[in-house]
Ligand binder design. Structure first.
Ligand code: INI
Length: 156
């Protein structure tokens, strides 16, 4: 039998920062609200969360890096929304966000969670920000809790 490491989704004491983009803030505010509610649902304290706003998804990685490097957080959630229909440079903005967030996580050893919606239409974004396909902000919070707990459990 494998020695399985599986952690409880307990947010109590998990230090969380959120970086959110102002671009498409009618969507990102919904992602933030759901992330905070999910943390609270799992025993976390939303009042202890640091929330930093950036202009757009392109800027998420730099601020996430600063927060992750500070040593003050067990998980950093990056929340944004890039909509292809409105963005001729969609691939650059979305690509930089995804690549940068992944790099920051590996470089700092802190879970930096990709909670960025990349959709073709506004409707698809709404569907994933509390609509019929759930809420990616809540998913990001869960991933952050799990990764923070898992890294603690594995140690090193
Ligand atoms: N930023 C987003 O987060 N979503 C978008 O859909 C978007 N569009 O459409 O362009 C967007 N652009 C801004 C970009 O993220 C940067 O803030 C800007 O280019 C300055 O670096």
């Amino acid at each position: 039998m494998p020695q399985t490491v599986r952690v409880a989704l307990d947010a109590a004491g998990v230090r969380v920062a959120i970086v959110a983009s102002r671009f498409n803030d009618f969507i990102t505010t919904r992602l933030i609200d759901a992330a905070l509610a999910e943390l609270a649902r799992h025993g976390g304290d939303p009042d202890k969360v640091t929330l930093a706003w950036v202009p757009g998804a392109f800027e998420l990685p730099l601020v996430a890096q600063r927060l992750a490097k500070s040593g003050k957080y067990d998980a950093v959630l990056c929340l944004g929304c890039v909509i292809r229909g409105q963005t001729p440079h969609f691939d650059h903005v979305a690509g930089n966000a995804a690549r940068g967030i992944g790099q920051v996580s590996l470089e700092t050893g802190v879970p930096v969670i990709f909670g960025v919606l990349t959709t073709d239409t506004v409707e698809q974004a709404i569907d994933r920000a509390g609509g019929k396909h759930g809420n990616k902000g809540a998913d990001a919070a869960l991933a952050g809790i799990e990764m923070a707990r898992l890294l603690k459990a594995i140690g090193g």
